[in-house]
Write a protein that binds this ligand. Structure first.
Ligand SMILES: NC(=O)c1ccc[n+]([C@@H]2O[C@H](COP(=O)([O-])OP(=O)(O)OC[C@H]3O[C@@H](n4cnc5c(N)ncnc54)[C@H](OP(=O)(O)O)[C@@H]3O)[C@@H](O)[C@H]2O)c1
Length: 347
């Protein structure tokens, strides 16, 4: 089998390191280049990274020499996977796609553009075809985006819920881990013994990105699903794992057993095709009264999200959703998106 050769931008960051780890054992995606900020170009990966992932740096990556984000450094790969900060990504990724390099990115610029697929594979793998419209812009490469970490985790659980329940307004409050802000994102002194009830730009992203991903394709164009949604995002002193409490207004009592069955049985193309990074069950139901919990439920099978505390009063349905922001929220879906593209003959 021919391998898909990829390079990784932002390879030393929180998402980048997770991607290095996931790709180190991949059956057909080969990481051939790693990139970092300009002062690191030319240095060995091992001396450029503050490695925080479990275990050692994969041997084949440790000795690689860091490259820039310039197209000349990436012409000989099939795809560039990007974990660049948003401000750097905007210009760097645009330059790459204009020059014929295909990019799958975690950064927010271009996410909401009509012709840019925003992919959370189990939800909307079929939206990938929107990228074909990008030729009209004169781009020679394709640009595919992954959602914000919180949107990725919550929308996966919301898909079967919104399909099973006649709903009104949706209220979401999140508890988001510190790793969501990147390696140097939040100082220890700001977070220890503390909760910060504001994350810049996050509430709008959760709302608008969910509407885009849960939308449908009609005549090759994206029709967003309009959602009446109120979101509050909160940073909590947890290392990894984003949790969301979702309250959905309902007109009548919800059949909770039926809903649980829908959540448990939810599967999509990545599961049907048994893709290497796909979780066997994208949604893991927790029946215990005090789960899910980041400390107990994360660490394995992190492409799945955990759902618990499902309650219906007749006026509202409540549930708690937890996922790994670095895996389901970022690195894992980037890799799974590329696996889906290969299935569709686009990689
Ligand atoms: N953390 C999450 O949970 C999460 C989830 C979903 C999406 N995202 C998104 O994913 C992206 C990466 O997030 P992160 O948390 O991994 O951030 P991070 O830990 O701050 O890592 C940033 C990476 O970008 C590199 N970089 C910084 N400035 C650069 C420049 N001028 N040129 C080239 N490379 C540069 C850094 O390299 P150096 O080490 O050389 O500085 C590092 O490898 C962001 O767009 C973020 O919004 C993050």
């Amino acid at each position: 089998m021919d391998k898909i050769r990829v390079s990784l931008l932002g390879s030393t960051g929180m998402v980048g390191q997770k991607m290095v780890k996931i790709l180190s054992n991949h059956p057909y995606i080969e990481l051939v280049k790693v990139s970092g900020s300009p002062p690191k170009v030319g240095k060995r990966y091992a001396e450029s990274v503050k490695w925080v992932e479990e275990g050692e740096i994969p041997e084949q990556v440790a000795e690689m020499r860091m490259v820039s984000t310039e197209p000349t450094d990436h012409r000989d790969v099939d795809f560039v996977l990007s974990a660049l900060p948003n401000d750097v990504a905007e210009g760097a990724e645009l330059k790459l796609v204009k020059e014929g390099v295909n990019v799958i990115s975690n950064a927010s610029p271009f996410r909401m553009d009509e012709d840019v697929p925003l992919i959370n594979p189990e939800l909307n793998w079929n939206h990938i075809e929107l990228a074909k419209e990008q030729r009209r812009r004169g781009w020679k490469g394709m640009m595919i985006k992954n959602p914000n970490c919180t949107s990725a985790i919550l929308s996966l659980a919301m898909k079967p819920v919104l399909e099973s329940v006649e709903h009104g307004r949706i209220y979401i409050t999140t508890m988001q881990s510190v790793s969501g802000a990147g390696y140097s994102g939040l100082p220890f002194m700001a977070m220890q013994d503390n909760v910060i009830p504001y994350i810049k730009g996050e509430e709008e992203k959760v709302h608008k990105e969910s509407e885009k991903m849960l939308g449908t394709l009609e005549d090759g164009k994206l029709k967003r699903r309009v959602l009446d949604m109120e979101v509050t995002t909160v940073r909590v002193p947890v290392r990894v794992g984003h949790m969301g409490v979702i309250t959905v207004e309902t007109k009548s009592e919800v059949d909770v057993d039926y809903l649980k069955k829908s959540l448990r049985e939810f599967k999509s193309l990545p599961q049907q095709r048994n893709l290497p990074t796909a979780p066997r069950s994208p949604i893991i139901l927790r029946d215990e009264e005090d789960r899910p919990q980041p400390a107990r439920d994360l660490g394995q099978d992190d492409m799945a999200v955990h759902v618990g505390r499902i309650r219906s009063t007749g006026k509202a349905l409540r549930l708690v959703v937890l996922g790994n922001n670095l895996v389901r929220g970022a690195a894992g879906i980037t890799v799974l998106t590329l696996e889906v593209m290969r299935e569709l003959g686009m990689a």
